[in-house]
Design a protein around this ligand. Sequence first.
Ligand SMILES: Nc1ncnc2c1ncn2[C@@H]1O[C@H](COP(=O)(O)OP(=O)(O)OP(=O)(O)O)[C@@H](O)[C@H]1O
Length: 292
Amino acid sequence: MPYSIEVRNLTVHYKKFKALEDITFSLSPGKIHGILGRNGVGKTTLLMYLASFHKVKHGTIVIDGEDPFENDRILQGTSFIYDKDNTYDYDKINKIIKNMIYFRPNFDETYARTLAEKFHIPMDKSADQLSKGQYSALLVTLGLASRTPLTIFDEAYLGMDAPARELFYKEILLEQERHPRTILFSTHLVSEMEYLFDEVLIIDNGKVLLQDTSEHLLEKGSSVTGPKEDVDSFTETLEVIHEKTLGGTKSVMVYGELTEQKQHEAAGLGLEIGTLSLNNLFIHLTKEGGKA
Ligand SMILES: Nc1ncnc2c1ncn2[C@@H]1O[C@H](COP(=O)(O)OP(=O)(O)OP(=O)(O)O)[C@@H](O)[C@H]1O
């Protein structure tokens, strides 16, 4: 069963520096959560605490109803995939895959071998001989095939090229249908990955800026496309967060709900109203002086 996560009043200091400040949130089980935020806001710190790398000093973390720290059951059910993980450095890939079952009871060796083949990971090499992208693909393969009820990917794709990342995202969705689990993604590739997220948690300066379902977030604004002059006059009184012009056509992202009157006006002008992109919303909300 996928794990639920409850974080209450979590504060983390690195000596005098406060990396996370009194954060409280819950993550629903069986969903894909995007953990977003600009550089240095505390994402990795948070994920390391959720993976129980450190003991919580201020606040509480409860995973699947229990304190996860030094908790064998929860730890066995938690995978933390991050680019600096060098656990596997000197073993051959073949052996790593063969031995995973001893650490992860749900590990599917056949699936891992299929994935390794799809990612073109050379089985006869040791992990430290892999290229950066191959090493990331190995970690992703082990993470996917472990089928842990909580699977955390922290910038796990580093070095993977676009086709490999595409394959990774496709496998995530397939696996989520076959073996639902709670998946956390920390990423900067928001535009590339936004379609994967059921829910989004945005961290800013060590605090939770907002948390919502992707569906609700995308209702916070709209895209407006049409002839440049018409789009300009239509959006004059609206809050524009992004714009793109191609020839005489302009596409604009606006923040805020469109009133019925504005929708009527758009229809009259023949403007096309579409959905917001999570990436543009994220940039808008997390820029200096942005609003949540
Ligand atoms: N061991 C440490 N000692 C001191 N400060 C640290 C330590 N680890 C992280 N920090 C600081 O804590 C803050 C949060 O770091 P963290 O790695 O959690 O950010 P992040 O959101 O994951 O960033 P990025 O997106 O750049 O990976 C940063 O300001 C960082 O400099």
